[in-house]
Design a protein around this ligand. Structure first.
Ligand SMILES: Nc1ncnc2c1ncn2[C@@H]1O[C@H](COP(=O)(O)OP(=O)(O)OP(=O)(O)O)[C@@H](O)[C@H]1O
Ligand SMILES: [Mg+2]
Length: 238
């Protein structure tokens, strides 16, 4: 896709299997967010096509929305409802579930994300980590069995990162998780499969250790499997 002389996203040929935990790593500008915006229907690819369960994206849009929950990089941009409960209710209402079904789905999602006691809190007052938790609750309430998160660790401190990792661990028990990030060191232990995206193309795809063993420095992704035994070892400078 892109205009005549640039390609933001070139070769994405990716089969995602139910129940897997996939990490797509790529440096700034590698195409992670564009990939997600196309899936969300916010951007049209200028070439190629995306199939969802064998159907073209436009035709499958509704099924995709009901199945794949997208959690955007900017948690604030995803807030819709004034309170946490209203926010989580937005998706299932939109999908046309009955009032009783909506209540059931919202309560399930709030509980799953540890927000059951906070339903009446104002959503905009939540911390960054809690806003991600809320965004995930929103997609769980829609019944999504797959959750895709774009840079879920952005701007979060250590406790916030831990909160998001706990969410990912929880999501792994419930379905498929896809994490788009350049912060591999935070999430690698939860990855069943690692994909490297660079300049809009998939450059590698496989078991995390195997992919890291053959990592090309050009991709701008750092192998995080280094340990620091002392402060002097703890640097990202080579
Ligand atoms: N509509 C568009 N058409 C063509 N190119 C675009 C379009 N929107 C963004 N780009 C370019 O596509 C590239 C990939 O952008 P993208 O936002 O997907 O990167 P990213 O991997 O999410 O990076 P980051 O880690 O910084 O969030 C960038 O070089 C960007 O300038
Ligand atoms: Mg991005």
């Amino acid at each position: 896709m892109g205009n005549t002389d640039t390609t933001a996203l070139g070769g994405i040929n990716l089969d995602i299997y139910p129940g897997e935990s996939l990490v797509i790593a790529g440096s700034n500008g590698s195409g992670k967010t564009i990939f997600m915006r196309i899936l969300a229907g916010l951007l049209e690819p200028s070439g190629g096509e995306i199939l969802f369960r064998g159907e073209r994206l436009k035709k499958a849009a509704r099924a995709l929305r009901a199945s794949v929950g997208l959690v955007f990089q900017d948690a604030d941009a995803q807030l819709i409802g004034e309170t946490i409960r209203e926010d989580v209710a937005f998706g299932p209402k939109n999908l046309g579930f009955s009032k009783a079904e909506c209540i059931e789905k919202v309560e399930y999602a709030l509980k799953a994300m540890g927000l059951a006691d906070k339903g009446d809190y104002l959503s905009r007052r939540l911390s960054g980590g809690e806003k991600r938790r809320l965004a995930v609750a929103g997609v769980l309430a829609m019944g999504c069995d797959t959750v895709m998160m774009d840079e879920p660790f952005a701007n979060l401190d250590w406790p916030g990162v831990v909160q998001v990792l706990e969410i990912i661990r929880e999501l792994k028990k419930r379905g498929t998780v896809i994490i788009l990030t350049h912060e591999l060191e935070k999430v690698l232990a939860l990855a069943g499969r690692l994909v490297i995206l660079h300049k809009g193309l998939i450059r590698d795809d496989g078991a995390p250790d195997a992919v890291l063993d053959r990592l090309n420095g050009e991709y701008g992704v750092r192998d995080p499997r280094r340990s620091c035994l002392s402060a002097a070892d703890c640097t990202w400078l080579d």
